[in-house]
Design a binder for this molecule. Structure first.
Ligand SMILES: [Zn+2]
Length: 127
């Protein structure tokens, strides 16, 4: 008998703290809203002062993941990004971006290991 475990799958993530933090967002001097992560609809609105039930930060400081392809239309995904959450880039073998998704800040360190912190760092090629 042999026992196998799956190879780890590296993911590419970028932490979102404020408008314009995601590469390719196209934000210039914080004037416009990001193309990938846009400002929350409550930005500059009186409702933006309400506190998020998940993180406690004002809703006006949150983002919305605008570019997300959902394969199953019956699924309504969470698109609200709390400051500190991560945006995952899904790429094909030619490094073209296929999709984006949200990795919650609390889930990132529970489910993933930072390659740079490993004693013998793995490279993307060695996986
Ligand atoms: Zn929040």
């Amino acid at each position: 008998m042999a026992i196998y475990i799956p190879k780890p799958e590296p993911i590419e993530v970028y932490q979102w703290l404020k408008n314009g933090d995601i590469p390719g967002d196209g934000v210039i001097n914080n004037i416009n809203s990001g193309a990938i992560v846009g400002r929350h609809p409550s930005y500059n609105d009186f409702t933006g002062a309400q506190h998020c039930p998940n993180c406690g930060v004002a809703m006006g400081k949150h983002g919305i993941l605008l570019k997300m392809i959902v394969p199953d239309p019956s699924i309504v995904p969470n698109r609200v990004i709390c400051p500190g959450d991560w945006v995952r880039f899904h790429r094909d073998h030619k490094k073209r971006i296929l999709n984006y998704s949200i990795v919650l800040a609390k889930d990132l360190h529970e489910r993933y290991v930072d390659l740079a912190t490993l004693p013998m760092p793995l490279t993307e090629k060695s996986l």
